[in-house]
Design a protein around this ligand. Structure first.
Ligand SMILES: Nc1nc2c(ncn2[C@@H]2O[C@H](COP(=O)(O)OP(=O)(O)OP(=O)(O)O)[C@@H](O)[C@H]2O)c(=O)[nH]1
Ligand SMILES: [Mg+2]
Ligand SMILES: [Zn+2]
Length: 275
């Protein structure tokens, strides 16, 4: 039967199937070609109560860090306050989303504490932006709709409320899971990727990652392509980086905060270059 890999840990592949979660091994031959990863759509055969993955269906995409296949969207999760929202981090995650051609949605939690001006900037560019407080009942109903039947990767800084959100979405407390994750982080450098099933359908991964940009974008002259404002703006210069070039008409179309991020990200890519 067909299923979706939700976790790969110590050689055990956990697959969500119409019959529930099944722990599987892989067929020997398959092991050589490729190995299942979270998010993979696979074919599972159950032989003597033992699940075996016999086929991996072609992937629509495959992210590394976190390693997840067939991702539909990135949910960039921030807080309106405590911690203060970070436009640079939002922009960097948006570049990653654009690079992978993923839909990006942006959420600002903790509106009970404060309202901030960032949401308007991203709405103006054309992104779906949500403002809410997880302390309020029904605050995430509109988000449930946005995540339904999709595979969503949650990304955002520490303390913004990601785990609180996931617990609400799933209707269960994952306190123990979080503790074991933290123990793991002490022993290993990476955490286990796990896709969690959303009751209405779809999957969500609350997982850190998305650190380096330079592995994705090795030519900084292409960075502007991942800024939505620049995609549709026509610059009359072929080789323009839309920085300080005289006569560049694109440079003015971007919000100062976004431009600042663009300049910072250019530096970040340059610094990481091995030459
Ligand atoms: N005031 C307020 N506090 C919130 C809200 N949502 C979550 N919190 C609190 O913010 C703190 C951090 O929440 P977490 O869900 O642990 O944040 P996280 O993003 O998972 O953090 P990491 O796991 O460290 O990445 C907790 O004390 C929550 O109770 C909110 O809407 N308003
Ligand atoms: Mg958390
Ligand atoms: Zn230009």
């Amino acid at each position: 039967m067909e299923g979706v890999v939700v976790k790969v840990l110590a050689g055990v592949i956990t697959v969500n199937t119409p019959n529930g979660l099944i722990n599987c091994t892989v067929k020997g031959r398959l092991k050589l070609d490729d190995y299942p990863t979270a998010g993979d759509v696979v074919w599972v055969e159950v032989i003597d109560d033992l699940g075996v993955v016999t086929k991996i269906y072609p992937r629509r995409n495959l992210l590394d860090r976190p390693r997840i296949a067939n991702v539909d969207q990135i949910f960039i999760f921030m807080a309106a306050a405590s911690p203060e929202p970070n436009a640079y981090l939002v922009d960097r995650l948006l570049v990653i989303a654009e690079y992978w051609k993923l839909k990006a949605i942006i959420g600002f939690n903790k509106t009970d504490l404060k309202k901030c001006e960032l949401p308007e900037i991203y709405r103006d560019i054309g992104y779906d932006v949500y403002e809410f407080s997880l302390l309020e009942d029904g605050a995430i109903d509109v988000l449930r709709e946005a995540l339904k039947d999709k595979t969503t990767v949650l990304a955002g800084p520490s303390g913004v409320g990601k785990t609180t959100f996931v617990n609400k979405l799933l209707g269960e407390q994952r306190v123990t899971a979080d503790v074991s994750e933290k123990t793991q982080r002490g022993r290993h450098t990476t955490r286990v990727v796990e896709l969690l099933r959303i009751p209405e359908g779809g999957y969500i991964a609350d997982t850190p990652g998305f650190s380096r940009l330079d592995v994705l974008i090795d030519d900084e002259r292409t960075l502007w392509r991942y800024f939505k404002e620049y995609q549709n703006a026509n610059c009359r210069f072929a080789d323009c980086m839309h920085l300080k070039e005289p006569g560049c008409s694109v440079r003015d179309k971007i919000h100062p905060l976004r431009f600042q991020s663009y300049v910072e990200l250019l530096k970040e890519i340059e610094v990481m270059k091995p030459w």
